[in-house]
Design a protein around this ligand. Structure first.
Ligand SMILES: [Zn+2]
Ligand SMILES: [Zn+2]
Length: 307
């Protein structure tokens, strides 16, 4: 399968001279397995350019079908969707997957993004056939020859991670998440976070342990683990409740899972290209047992057998 990065940034787009190499668009990763399925993970602003490319082929003629796996519906993971040209072309088919909410159906979550006064074109103007599939935390399903599995993450209002197995290869997409040790984040924004290292309530510790086991299992033996590494350890100390990790956490999970490679992903808006180079250099010296790369817009990786 081919894996292509269209958006690598977290929180908000960060165009400009300091992000030219790793990219300024928010989260969007395309996966193309050998069976011809078209899978997109997250619809941050990076999806706009992918949409333009898709319109050059079957999607421009209304004959395309694609599956969009959404980690969670925070802006940086869905904001490109209203600018994704293939959804305005009649005949195209989209299947959108995201975690089920208690209060709002997925369709309403996506439709409200373009409600007046926030956007000029209401969701009813979408011409493609878009169906929504709500997922539970541990969902497993197939897309063509691809086996997809999910597990929940430690993030405000909860995100889910995906693993895709196909063509004798596997890729895990694990964003957004805090580490599984200092704070349990559920359906709330915690105003007063505990200090990292403070003792946890036993029931919270048990939930975090279970969550970590789920993530390690999801990444087990994976060729590639794309992981939220928004923070440096210093930044994490003051913002453990924001729900993001450090490269150290990604490496620790990948080692526990026996994964082969880690992609640093969801770069902080303020992180410059040179700082990402430095982070990568530092961690490569300490991490000889894993292939380590930083996600860059336009980066393409081939795993297992090819198309
Ligand atoms: Zn995010
Ligand atoms: Zn988020």
């Amino acid at each position: 399968m081919f894996v292509r990065f269209w958006g690598t940034r977290g929180s908000i787009p960060k165009p400009g001279p300091s992000t030219l190499r790793y990219g300024g668009n928010t989260s969007c990763v395309e996966v193309r397995p050998a069976d011809g399925s078209h899978i997109i993970i997250d619809a941050g602003t990076g999806i706009r350019k992918l949409g333009k490319e898709m319109m050059q082929g079957a999607f421009g003629e209304g004959r395309g079908a694609a599956h969009l796996l959404v980690s969670h519906t925070h802006w940086d993971h869905i904001q490109g969707l209203p600018f994704f040209a293939p959804v305005y072309q009649k005949g195209n088919k989209f299947f959108v997957y995201a975690r089920q909410r208690d209060d709002t159906h997925l369709r309403a979550v996506f439709a409200s993004q373009t409600d007046s006064p926030y956007f000029p074109v209401p969701f009813e103007n979408v011409q493609a056939d878009v169906s929504f599939r709500e997922l539970v935390d541990s969902a497993r399903f197939d897309i063509g020859d691809v086996k997809v599995s999910c597990t929940r993450l430690n993030h405000p209002w909860i995100a889910i991670a995906y693993r895709l197995d196909c063509d004798g290869a596997s890729v895990a997409y694990v964003t957004d998440t805090a580490p599984f040790r200092d704070i349990l984040i559920e359906q709330e924004f915690i105003r007063q976070p505990p200090k990292p290292g403070d003792p946890l309530k036993p029931e919270d510790a048990a939930k975090l342990r279970e969550m970590r086991e789920g993530v390690v299992r999801l990444c087990e033996g994976a060729d590639l683990v794309i992981y939220d590494t928004q923070f440096t350890p210093e930044e994490y100390l003051s913002k453990p409740h924001w729900g993001h990790s450090c490269p150290e956490d990604a490496i620790e999970i990948a080692r526990a899972a026996g994964a082969k490679g880690v992609v640093l992903f969801h770069h902080a808006p303020e992180r410059t290209d040179d700082q990402i180079d430095a982070l990568l250099d530092y961690h490569r010296k300490e991490t000889k047992d894993l292939e380590l790369v930083a996600a860059a817009e336009g980066m393409e990786l081939t795993l297992g057998s090819q198309r």
